[in-house]
Design a protein. Structure first.
Lengths: 146, 254
């Protein structure tokens, strides 16, 4: 599969996952586009642990920005946009190795998967904490906080 | 002037809805504080947990009123969180009274008309697209499409029968794997790796994990730990379902 088909699939997947979570209609397109952006960074960075972190950080920042612009809760955008990065393959391979009895491979893949998940969670948290720290005063002045 | 019971009802319902539909605990607490500020409550102390909520309103210097709300089921419905947020902001800015807020919140709480075909289609399309995204072929796309549809078709009645989410997670993992293995047996050039990995992506607790981290970093240690435990268990159950089916099919689990 060429890379652009993968990216389109990523956008469609994120959008339909958003539908599954009852995301408000007006936010679905945004999180789909953000997920494409994040996943292309992830692919460019060769899918390393650092790539998980940086791609998620980009997604987190984009989502926080669009949340501020559209006056919505950031969680709405992040949940759909982050899904393509979740290491499903790693989880599957880990399980496959365990079933085959190849425990050293299982531990290696499992650790990489776990690191990926930690990277994603850290990045999302950092972006949300940073934004709420720096935007708090401004938001209060306008009488609305996100 | 709203009666104090109405105020309490509205505030509790708002944060309960947020906790039940996948919101962060700090959001539930913030909602309570914000609404109480708008309704002119002197002081409010609130502790939200993933499984419940405790709050005490101080009306005058020596008059307080408390309530505990239990949260039994947790699912994800972002639309409801969004609507609660809109209402709490209106209350905070003073453009909505407690009674109006209570009515609006009850409207949100009412079970929505089931759009089951839409959800099944969404699940099928997302599973199939994830498969392609992870490098699957068009044959894999087809098999994964059915996996996603079947999983959603089975999960909804399981949820209604009050099967614990952890068990449904395991069932979903096992079903996905079974269908992928069957597909690989029947169609020649089907590769099960992208199918299974793609089809389980929508089932992984992504929101729970990020919420857990967010809660922990903000200092809500109890909620963070509880959510993290839930997320880890749910991943393990999913993996157990996959592993069970793989080993039953391959006939070995050493």
């Amino acid at each position: 599969m060429s890379w652009w088909i993968q990216l389109i699939a990523c956008g469609i997947a994120a959008a339909s996952f958003s539908v599954l979570l009852h995301q408000p209609r007006s936010t679905i397109l945004v999180s789909s586009l953000v997920s494409i952006l994040g996943y292309s960074v992830f692919l460019l960075l060769k899918q390393s642990t650092l790539a998980y972190f940086l791609a998620s950080l980009l997604i987190g920042i984009c989502c926080e920005l669009s949340a501020r612009l559209m006056k919505r809760v950031a969680t709405l955008f992040v949940t759909g946009a982050i899904v393509p990065l979740v290491p499903g393959v790693g989880l599957y391979r880990t399980m496959r190795f365990i079933v085959d009895g190849e425990y050293s491979d299982a531990v290696r893949t499992g650790a990489a998967t776990l690191l990926g998940i930690c990277g994603i969670a850290m990045a999302i948290t950092i972006s949300s904490v940073l934004f709420s720290a720096f935007w708090h005063r401004k938001a209060n002045q306008r009488g609305a906080s996100c | 002037m709203d009666s104090i019971t109405t105020t309490l009802d509205a505030v509790c319902l708002a944060s309960q809805l947020i906790l039940e539909n996948g919101g962060e605990t700090y959001r539930a607490e913030e909602t309570v504080e914000r609404m109480c500020q708008g309704l002119g409550i002197l002081r409010v102390d609130v502790l939200a947990l993933p499984t419940g909520l405790m709050l005490t309103l101080t009306l005058e210097e020596d008059r307080t009123i408390s309530r505990i709300v239990r949260v039994h089921s947790r699912s994800i419905d972002l639309n409801r969180i969004d609507e609660c947020n809109v209402i709490s902001r209106k209350v905070a800015s003073g453009s909505m009274t407690a009674e109006e807020a209570l009515k609006a919140l009850q409207q949100i709480k009412r079970p929505q008309t089931e759009k089951r075909p839409l959800l099944i289609a969404a699940s099928a399309v997302s599973a199939a697209s994830f498969t392609v995204m992870l490098g699957g072929s068009w044959a894999d796309f087809g098999v994964s499409f059915f996996c996603g549809a079947l999983v959603q078709w089975v999960l909804t009645p399981l949820g209604k029968m009050k099967v614990p989410p952890l068990i449904s997670s395991m069932i979903a993992g096992a079903l996905t794997t079974l269908l992928a293995l069957l597909g690989a047996r029947m169609i020649a050039d089907v590769n099960i790796e992208p199918i299974i990995s793609g089809a389980i992506m929508p089932l992984l607790p992504g929101l729970a994990t990020t919420n857990a981290m967010r809660d922990t970093i903000r200092g809500d240690l109890v909620s963070g730990g509880a959510r993290l435990g839930e997320a880890i268990l749910s991943v393990m159950m999913l993996a157990a379902g996959i592993g069970l089916m793989l080993s039953m099919w391959g006939g070995r689990l050493t």
